[in-house]
Design a binder for this molecule. Sequence first.
Ligand SMILES: [Zn+2]
Length: 247
Amino acid sequence: MTRRLAELTWPEVAAAVAAGATTVILPLGATEQHGPHLPLGTDTIRAVALADRVAARLPMALIAPTLPVGCSDEHAGFPGLLSLDAATLAGVIVDCARRMVTWGVRRLVVLSAHGGNATALVLAAERLRDELPALTLWLPTALLELDATVLAVAASEAITPTQLGLHAGEGETSEVLALCPALVRREAAEAGYCGEFAAILPTLRTLGLQAVTPNGVLGDPTVADAARGARYLDAYATALAEELNAL
Ligand SMILES: [Zn+2]
C-alpha cells in the first residue's frame, strides 16, 4: 500500500497507525530559481523522491504531502521566487505536527531538500520541544556526514565537489535527470560559480546568490548524469534511514 498520506483513506490511516506506523515524514521543498536549466520546483521534486526512498527503507512510516514553498530569500532577484518568512514555515510545521499527534503520530521526521530552511527548522524544533513534548522530532542534523555520502558517490565517479556544486550543479541536475528528465533543459545548462564554496558563504548569507553567480548556478551541471543522480538519491536515503533505524 502507498505510504503517502494524501493517497490514503482515513480508515487506512487508522489501521496503519494501529499497526505501528507512528512516524510521519514531512518533506520540505521550495520554489526558487535553479539556474537556466532546472525548474523552480527542483527541491520539491527532490524532497518527494527522497521521502519515498527513506520511507521504503523504514519498517513503518507515513509520508505527509511535500510543502512546495520554503525559505528562499537568498534567491531574491531571480524571477519566479516564492518564499516564506522563517517564522511562517516554522508555524506551518508546528501547526501540522499539532494535528498529527491527535491521531497517534509519535515521531516527526522533517526532510528538507533545501538548505535555506535551516533557520525555520531550528525555530520549529524549539517550539515543538515546548509545545508538544510527547512528539519526537528528528531532523537530519548530521548533514555534513550525509553530504559526505553523496560526495563519496561523486568522488567514485570522478566528479569533484566543485562540479557537484551547492545549487543547480551536477548533483541536483543529475537527480532531476533521474526523476523528471523532461523538465531539464540540457541545452541551457552551463557552469556557474565553480570556485571555493567556503569563500562565498558569508556573501551568500548576506547578499544572496545573485551577488556571486549571475546564472544562479553553484557548480557545473554540464557533466550531469541521470544514473548517477539515482545513485545520489539512493545513497542519501540509505544514510538517512540507517540513522533513523538506529534510534
Ligand atoms: Zn535545490
